[in-house]
Design a protein around this ligand. Sequence first.
Ligand code: CA
Length: 224
Amino acid sequence: MRILVVEDEIGLAEAVGAILRSEKYTVDIANDGQAGLEYALSEDYDCIILDIMLPKMNGLDVLSCLRVKEIETPVLLLTARSETDDKIKGLDCGADDYMTKPFSMGELLARVRAMTRRRSIVPDINPKYGDITLEMKKGEMICGGNSVALGRKEFQMLELLISNAGQITTKEQFVTKIWGSDDESEYNNVEVYISFLRKKLAMLHSDVQIKTRRGIGYCLEGAK
Ligand code: CA
């Protein structure tokens, strides 16, 4: 597995590189956004770890550029605590996950494992619920004649909701199955993605709704 680390704090970049190499990953390091983009466009990586605040080109612009060029490599964004808005923007422009600095190397490895593992599983049945179908290969949600692209996390969350149809999916289940973590601070992420999904369901005029069961989790409604 080949991983690209784009981080301008040299010490941090080297430390991340060293821990990944010790886990047998092949690692390339870029220290500014422009170099990061060049690496990402010229090699096929299994995962990209991308800092947001970077010289020459910021991480969000690098990410947007990659997604525009249809490079779907999983991206883990690194953010400073003060960059909450960037975090939301990052998820919106196609990041798969993010971590707030400072983070532990153990947590980083867990995220990388979760991201690279998911990429290798390509099931071939398209889950359905009510009037919506998840098109696995294209990563789309279809309703009637319309479709909308889902980010990787959105897709996985909806898939989990569908596979648990008729029962409640807890925030804890989302966090363990999708983020590969058991950290309660991830619960906010679940809320962010649920709101993205609701917007997309509304956009397609679907009858399906994601209902909140306060303090417990979420469930789907709207299957006839
Ligand atoms: Ca930085």
